[in-house]
Each structure stands twice: as C-alpha cells, then as structure tokens.
Design a protein around this ligand. Structure first.
Ligand code: SF4
Ligand code: SF4
Length: 69
C-alpha cells in the first residue's frame, strides 16, 4: 500500500495538492507549522485509499510530499 509523507515544516497550506488528488483524501489539518501555516495531511484511516499516483507530490511547489510504494 502506498504511503504519503509530508515534510510539514515546508508546507505553505496552498491547497494545490488537495485540489489535484483524484481520491480527495488530502486535507488541511488544524496543526500549525513553525511558519504559522496549517499543513496538508491525510487522515490515517484514509491512507488506504491512496493509489500512489504521485500527482500531489508533482504539483507541490515546495517539495513537501514524498510517496513510498
Ligand atoms: S498519491 Fe495520488 S491518490 Fe495518493 S494522496 Fe497523492 S494525489 Fe492523492
Ligand atoms: S501543495 Fe505542498 S505546500 Fe501546498 S498545501 Fe500541498 S503540501 Fe502544502
């Protein structure tokens, strides 16, 4: 099963990954990073729906997302 990792400290909460995910599993969390942005995340129970397509990783301008297959 693919797994998505977010380098939260680099996230600007721009939502591009959220819009691009075909499975609509990425959310903006309540958590703030050190720069004061709410960060992108995937709830643990939704990770199983990830196809590993990597669209989110490709579109992120800040290289926050890493996919492990
Ligand atoms: S790899 Fe694809 S399905 Fe998984 S979170 Fe990213 S865009 Fe969504
Ligand atoms: S595209 Fe990148 S910077 Fe924007 S919300 Fe997603 S992970 Fe954060």
């Amino acid at each position: 099963m693919p797994r998505v990792y977010f380098k939260e400290e680099n996230c600007k909460g721009c939502c591009l990954c959220i819009k691009t995910c075909p499975k609509k599993i990425i959310i903006i969390s309540d958590k703030l990073n050190n720069k004061g942005y709410h960060t992108a995340a995937i709830l643990e129970e939704n990770m199983k729906n990830c196809t590993g397509c990597a669209s989110c990783a490709r579109i992120c301008p800040d290289v926050v997302i890493k996919i492990e297959k």
